[in-house]
Design a protein around this ligand. Structure first.
Ligand code: FAD
Length: 466
């Protein structure tokens, strides 16, 4: 195994559970990939460097079968998953309860319930089919067909079918997690996956920080006899000696670097054509008090989306693919210490926020992000004790998988959701016997669900058994 992100760890566990002796090599001195936490600002303030909210881990058909609570993982569920404040001082809330959410959305509430109800009730079937390898016959074809009819649409189309500014903005913010213009086909699918997950399993954070998810996965892996080597970057496949299977939790660009000379030219060219997407520009703050929201109910939510109306969110998400950043960028903010006091000294707080910027963006949008927070929480800046800035280049320096600051392991447009990294019945297998890809650059793509790793390991196990 090369790389100890959530997919590498999930793949390693799948192999170890099957009794295969498994060694995991990680380039950095700490494990976790997108699940790392660090004192980015001041001593005693623990920040999630990347992933912070774990609907996809808790809802993962594989990760939820693991006894991670016995290995130190405790999920914390904020009272509401998400708040989306508006300029009139109100906020739309995505509550765990479908009814409570609908009640807060005025006339759009009925539309929200009608859109989500069937999928929330079928979450287990839906998650299994959506987070499955592509081009498989779904296990629940009716549910998937119904979901597909909505998911394949542009997010703007689905959002405009909901009455009222609040419901439209709430849906748009979720769809913006796609890093794509909201007019792009398939963006509704991102919105729906996240909103349905909020109702079905919640949007939890990990007590103590996301690093605890990685640490629990690693501890469980070791309990199965697995071995982890840190500070052990793999520069070339030849270093891996006689391993009967090699699984790479890497994106195509790194695969080309460490295996390029051995890959058939045609496959190599296909990997070269793989497209990376827009990037994240992130701020973390140490605060002397909670964020002073105008809409007080924002304090009930783990995540707060700052972007105003559907039209404004759509304008922001149309800008970065064109190489610019909107004056008022859509900002995703998480406020973990309201629900997990262990992450900061007594009475102090942290906040995590990023916006989308063009791939490899070299500019500075810290001021624009803070202006967006200030817009919905006047006085926020006076609460700041210290800030950390992570640019696209900083992300890539910390983790080579974050190419140009792309956090999803490659663009997630419709084409690359299915052809990930290239169109093949089992995209995890490479033409090199015994070498597999298992990162977020394989289906089902980005997020801390570990399903890319699990599916890749199952493909490897099937070959080993043969
Ligand atoms: C800012 C940010 C916010 C995010 N927020 C969320 C969120 O809230 N919820 C969510 O579900 N997802 C979120 N994500 C996405 C999520 O973190 C990723 O999709 C996920 O971590 C991908 O997992 P992975 O195992 O494929 O790769 P990674 O997690 O990137 O892990 C790859 C690992 O491989 C190691 N590695 C790289 N090259 C080598 C080498 N040559 N030799 C050995 N090791 C190597 C790296 O150091 C790293 O540890 C976020 C990501 C970022 C960056």
């Amino acid at each position: 195994m090369v790389g100890a992100g959530p997919n590498g760890l999930a793949a390693a566990i799948t192999l170890a559970q099957a009794g295969v002796r498994t060694v995991l090599r990680e380039a950095r001195t700490t494990i976790g990939g997108g699940l790392r936490s660090d004192e980015l600002t001041l001593p005693g303030f623990v920040h999630d460097v990347c992933s912070a909210v774990h609907a996809l881990a808790l809802g993962s058909p594989f990760l939820r079968t693991l006894p991670l609570d016995r290995f130190g993982l405790e999920w914390v569920q904020p009272p509401a998953a998400l708040a989306h404040p508006l300029d009139d001082g109100s906020a739309a809330l995505l509550e765990r309860s479908l009814d409570a959410t609908a009640a807060g959305l005025g006339p759009g509430g009925t539309d929200w319930r009608r859109l989500h109800g069937p999928f929330v009730r079928s979450w287990d079937d839906l998650a299994r089919d959506i987070l499955a390898p592509p081009l498989r016959v779904p296990r629940s074809p009716l549910v998937m067909a119904r979901f597909g009819l909505q998911a394949l649409r542009p997010a703007t189309g689905v959002a405009r079918g909901l009455r009222g500014t609040a419901a439209q903005a709430l849906f748009a913010g979720n769809a913006a997690h796609s890093f794509l213009p909201l007019e792009a086909p398939g963006t509704a699918g991102f919105g729906l996956l996240l909103t349905v997950a909020a109702h079905a399993v919640g949007w939890p954070i990990a007590r103590g920080g996301s690093q605890r998810v990685a640490d629990a996965l690693a501890a469980y892996f070791r309990s199965l006899g697995g071995e982890i080597l840190t500070g052990a970057p793999v520069e070339h496949l030849d270093e891996l000696g006689t391993a009967r299977a090699i699984l790479l939790d890497l994106t195509p660009r790194q695969v080309l670097r460490i295996a390029g000379s051995r890959l058939p030219a045609r496959y190599g060219r296909a990997l070269e054509r793989y497209r990376y997407g827009s990037a994240a520009f992130k701020l973390d703050w140490a605060l002397d008090a909670p964020v002073p929201w105008t809409a007080a109910e924002c304090a009930r939510a783990g995540t707060v989306h700052l972007g105003g109306t559907l039209e404004e969110v759509a304008a922001s998400e149309a800008a970065h693919p064109r190489g610019t950043v909107h004056e008022r960028p859509f900002v995703l903010l998480v406020q973990p210490t309201l629900f997990d006091e262990s992450r900061a000294p007594a009475g102090r707080h942290t906040a995590w926020a990023y916006c989308h910027v063009p791939h490899g963006y070299a500019g500075d949008v810290a001021e624009r992000i803070e202006r967006q927070v200030e817009r919905f929480a006047p006085g926020f800046r006076e609460r700041i004790l210290a800030r950390s800035v992570l640019t696209p280049a900083d992300f890539e320096r910390r983790n080579a998988n974050l190419v140009g600051g792309d956090i999803n392991g490659g663009m997630m447009d419709l084409r690359q959701v299915f052809a990930r990294p290239i169109a093949r019945p089992t995209p995890y297998r490479t033409p090199l016997r015994g070498v597999y890809l298992c990162s977020a650059s394989t289906p089902p793509g980005g997020g801390g669900h570990g399903m890319c790793g699990h599916h890749a390991a199952r493909a490897a196990l099937a070959d080993l058994m043969r």
